[in-house]
Design a protein around this ligand. Structure first.
Ligand SMILES: [Ca+2]
Length: 216
């Protein structure tokens, strides 16, 4: 009897959770969660919205992301894996509010085009101080080879990540709507412009993008 009650309790919360997602995202009218397949994800640092992309490499010094926490980890569907970039700092830096800012990633989607309507960002596993606070998201329909140039990008979101109130570790924050008018793009670029507090990096486990997918 107790086990049956436990199952019913879990079912209630499962239905409640999905009802919330339905209200937030309006599933069922053509919107889907983007799922990365074979897309190459380019790590970048020292980059601002509208500016040229500067490549970031794996390592533990300045200009690097952790080798075991690459940008692909922010698009693998799991909140147990994360992307950590030091930006102007390194793994041994004194904690600073600047470390990891103006870092991020971009990718060209394998699908034909994607219109971003909402997104959610998920926290990293352990370091609350590394949580992104403000970000920019840009879209582009230029060829992949031209995406290092700032002129190829169109700003479609500038604002909060939805993590102002800590949702706990490895957990999605509040959904954030993309700016109007909504437009389809083949590529997306995310940059972190502020974070919660002093630390030696910026780190987040997942970017979940919800919108309308046009297939090839
Ligand atoms: Ca992940």
């Amino acid at each position: 009897m107790i086990d049956l009650l436990r199952i019913k309790y879990r079912e209630f919360h499962f239905i409640k959770m999905n009802a919330s997602l339905f209200l937030l995202f309006g599933f069922g009218i053509g919107r889907q969660i983007f799922k990365r397949t074979t897309e190459k994800v380019y790590a970048i640092w020292n980059t601002t919205a509208g500016g040229d992309s500067t490549p970031s490499t794996a390592g533990d010094g300045t200009v690097t992301y952790w080798d075991s926490e690459p940008p692909e980890a922010a698009l693998d569907g799991s909140v147990s894996t994360e992307y950590t970039n030091h930006g102007i700092c390194n793994s041994g830096s004194v904690n600073s509010i600047e470390c990891g800012l103006n870092t991020g990633f971009y990718l060209t989607l394998a699908v034909k085009r994607f219109t971003l309507e909402f997104f959610r960002l998920a926290t990293n596993r352990e370091a609350i101080s590394r949580d992104p606070g403000m970000i920019t998201i840009e879209g582009s329909n230029y060829n992949e080879s031209e995406l290092t140039f700032g002129k190829s990008w169109t700003l479609i979101y500038i604002g909060a990540t939805g993590l102002t109130n800590d949702p706990q570790r490895s957990t999605f924050g509040m959904p954030q709507p993309a700016s109007m008018p909504l437009r389809p793009f083949t590529s997306y670029r995310l940059l972190v412009t502020s974070k919660r507090s002093e630390s030696n990096a910026v780190s987040y486990s997942e970017l979940q993008m919800v919108g309308v997918i046009e297939y090839v």
